[in-house]
Ligand binder design. Structure first.
Ligand code: OGA
Ligand code: MN
Length: 209
């Protein structure tokens, strides 16, 4: 039997993530930028982008947001038929993370959804929260960066607006940021280079109507 792909080695990183999330509403974790799953995902994202498979985030699940001038990214959901093995493995790894978090925290994470994102040079995403007013299913947001050798002066930070002030996180390959979807306002600063990431949301089951 094929084992479930994993981004993390052993229990310690997830124990630390869970410990952080018990204390505050965000955390960050760096995994090896050379991890085979990351390298494959970074390659796959760029291959999709090269043939325009990532589309402006104005259709489908995020309809309307780009129209308001909020965001300039192109996205492709990891469960799209066009996706390949790296996307599938990454989605499986994220689902494994979901199970690991459920064992440690009582967040009731029932499923994960995730997309590749590409921000063209100069594009960003204005300050927002990930929870939709109409839908509180998104509990935890996760962003995983796919940019090897990201220069310190290239911009493109994820800016978290925290209670004690803003915190900028550079989008280096292997860096993972996890935060409470409904609580943490954040924005993506424009960059001088194309910027690749995977954004994922761990969802609870919607409340019965
Ligand atoms: C998002 C988002 C942050 C990032 O897709 O909702 O906020 O750093 N992404 O790419
Ligand atoms: Mn967001």
């Amino acid at each position: 039997m094929r084992s479930i792909p994993s981004l993390l080695h052993g229990d310690t990183p997830l124990d630390e993530v869970a410990a952080d999330l018990r204390l505050r509403d965000w955390t960050t974790l760096d995994i090896d930028p050379g991890h085979a799953l990351l390298v494959a995902a970074a390659t796959e994202a760029r291959a999709h982008q090269a043939i325009v498979r990532l589309r402006p985030a104005s259709t489908g699940r995020d309809a309307g947001i780009r129209l308001a001038g909020m965001r300039g990214d192109d996205t492709l959901w990891l469960d799209a038929p066009a996706c390949g093995g790296a996307a599938r493995d990454l989605l499986a790894a994220l689902d494994g993370l979901r199970e690991g978090l459920n064992r440690r925290l009582t967040l009731g994470l029932a499923s994960v959804e995730a997309h590749f994102a590409h921000y063209p040079v100069g594009a960003g995403y204005a300050r927002h929260v990930d929870g939709f007013r109409s839908d509180d299913a998104r509990v935890l947001s996760l962003v995983l960066y796919l940019n090897r050798d990201w220069p310190a002066d290239a911009g493109g930070a994820l800016r978290l607006h925290l209670r004690d002030g803003p915190r900028d996180i550079a989008p280096m390959q292997g860096r993972m940021v996890i935060f409470l979807s409904a609580d943490v306002e954040h924005e993506v600063m424009p960059a001088t280079l194309p910027r690749y990431s995977v954004a994922a949301w761990f969802r609870q089951r919607p409340r019965p109507a």
